[in-house]
Design a protein around this ligand. Structure first.
Ligand code: SF4
Ligand code: SF4
Length: 281
């Protein structure tokens, strides 16, 4: 299990622990302010990108001190972890309500409203999280219902997630002052600031899933569809045996490749059972 499970999970996957979504955690005024600021400061995020680029080009010795410090701070306030559809189904087994809202990353990167972010709550109609966001007067929070928030049933949300997988989008859960989990995102490396920070800039804020993928060579026909959808460049092709293989050092365990395989040739295994990836987050 990852460090977040050890710290926030009490023996289980931390994002499958209902307490981490509780209204009790939302009674913390500091956390409420953090959430309000986060959704109010969409224009801050491009500045964040510039800072990340600066961080990437800093001398090695400066980075070696600064990056661990900044990542440690990020793990306390706002970080994400990749997870596959079966664990999302687990979360939807105990949350009560789902609201969909526009994605800040796509707003910043594309200048358009694209609704790939989902707030989940143990309370009906989004509970306190909904109230906090509704009080924010932000132009980008437009759309159905009020303040850009759109009520979905859990079944509708899960159906959307399954469709996103087919389109190659990677699921992740996100904290707002850990361990509180306020949302689920569906990310594409070309648009997601967190994926870009993590994979492109070497500043990890979005951590690997509890799984890694494996290909069954007996079932694989070498069509390479899975290679096209992997956001992390973790799939290679062997011309010698005309099949694909997974680089476990690169695999984030999202399961998107699995959704694209018509031969059912890809399975997810517990990360802990794959020695080379066991402690890689
Ligand atoms: S999509 Fe499936 S069958 Fe096609 S290359 Fe990938 S693992 Fe093999
Ligand atoms: S190889 Fe790993 S990172 Fe790439 S799509 Fe499959 S599960 Fe995700």
């Amino acid at each position: 299990m990852c460090e977040f499970c050890h710290k926030h999970g009490e023996g289980k996957k931390w994002y499958l622990r209902a307490e981490n979504y509780s209204e009790d955690l939302l009674s913390d005024l500091k956390r409420r302010k953090f959430i309000a600021d986060f959704f109010s400061r969409a224009e801050y995020h491009p500045e964040g990108q510039t800072k990340l680029t600066k961080l990437r080009t800093m001398p090695g010795f400066v980075r070696s001190v600064l990056v661990p410090y900044l990542v440690g701070r990020q793990k306390k306030v706002h970080f994400g972890q990749v997870l596959p559809i079966e664990d999302l189904e687990g979360i939807f087994g105990f949350v009560t309500s789902v609201i969909r809202l526009p994605c800040i990353c796509r707003h910043v990167n594309l200048g358009t409203e694209q609704r790939f972010c989902y707030g989940v709550s143990l309370m009906p109609q989004g509970g306190e999280m909904r109230k906090i966001i509704e009080e924010i007067d932000m132009d980008y929070l437009t759309g159905p219902n009020t303040s850009g928030l759109e009520d979905l049933t859990k079944e509708e949300a899960l159906e959307n997630f399954r469709q996103y997988e087919k389109e190659g989008l990677c699921h992740s859960v996100w904290t707002f002052l850990a361990p509180f989990i306020g949302g689920i995102c569906n990310c594409d490396r070309s648009d997601c600031l967190a994926m870009q920070a993590t994979v492109t800039n070497g500043f990890p804020v979005m951590f690997r899933a509890e799984y890694v993928a494996e290909v069954d060579p007996e079932l694989c026909n070498g069509c390479r569809q899975c290679m096209r959808v992997c956001q992390f460049g973790a799939i290679g092709y062997s011309a010698a045996n005309e099949k694909v293989f997974i680089d476990h050092l690169r695999c984030y365990g999202c399961g998107i490749c699995r959704a694209s395989c018509t031969k059912d040739a890809i399975q997810l295994h517990d990360r802990a059972s794959v020695p080379v990836a066991a402690n890689l987050w």
